[in-house]
Design a protein around this ligand. Structure first.
Ligand code: CDP
Length: 220
């Protein structure tokens, strides 16, 4: 039987991964960042120089193993955590994740992970497709300017030279692609609770969600 499931969805830069990880650490649950999985597929597709627009070329997914554990993403035994955050991967990931074949393969892995214990999973279609029976579903949002500022700060801290306007543009483009694609678009599940984090700190958001989890468990 599945354990306790928390689904966290939302647009790019809404803080899903940071917040999911903190919640999982606090409550001793497993965190799975599904965006990292789509990014890993994109990285390998670029490295193999396939035609990214041709869905039939993604059959390489039959012969590699993508896994997410201890907050790192692996392709076979290679840790690709750094490489999946490059500009080139970010630019192409929405295209790659729009293919039904790619999604089917990743959703299969994610559903298996969801059955393995208590999980906090973050992505775009977790509450709608991957864990439709999750006990807690959250849809995180924030104004695009605020999301861009956060991403900008993150990049600067890592020593990358980035332009805020460019980040706004990238986020808007990705949001449009992610929410208008045919196959499981970014969408709030009917039973998800929306939290606008524009004026909330990370800690405040974490506390709010932990409150929702405690009350779903009957602890409040
Ligand atoms: O962290 P960031 O908000 O930049 O994005 P991400 O969570 O790493 O996801 C990267 C991309 O993967 C998204 O823009 C979507 O195109 C895709 N994705 C998806 O289609 N379905 C998911 N469950 C997670 C990510």
């Amino acid at each position: 039987m599945a354990g306790f499931q928390v689904a966290i969805d939302g647009p790019a830069g809404s803080g899903k991964s940071t917040i999911s990880k903190l919640i999982a650490d606090r409550l001793k649950m497993t965190h799975i960042d599904t965006g990292a999985m789509y990014r890993a597929v994109t990285l390998i597709a670029i490295e193999r120089q396939i035609d990214l627009n041709d869905e039939s070329q993604y059959l390489f997914l039959e012969s590699i193993r993508i896994s997410y554990h201890d907050d790192h993403i692996y392709v076979d035994n290679r840790n690709v955590e750094e490489e999946i955050r490059t500009k080139e991967v970010t630019k192409n990931v929405s295209l790659v994740s729009s293919f039904p074949y790619v999604r089917r393969k990743m959703v299969e892995l994610q559903k298996m992970a969801a059955e393995a214990g208590d999980v906090v999973m973050d992505g775009r279609d977790i509450g709608t497709v991957v864990m439709p029976n999750a006990q807690v579903k959250v849809f995180l949002t924030a104004k695009v300017e605020e999301r861009a500022k956060r991403r900008h700060r993150e990049k600067l801290e890592k020593g990358h030279d980035v332009n805020l306007e460019k980040i706004v543009e990238e986020l808007v483009t990705r949001d449009i692609k992610d929410s208008t694609r045919k196959e499981s678009p970014l969408k709030k599940a009917d039973d998800a609770i929306e939290i606008d984090t524009t004026h909330l700190t990370i800690d405040q958001t974490v506390e709010k969600i932990i409150g929702l989890i405690r009350s779903a468990k009957g602890e409040l």
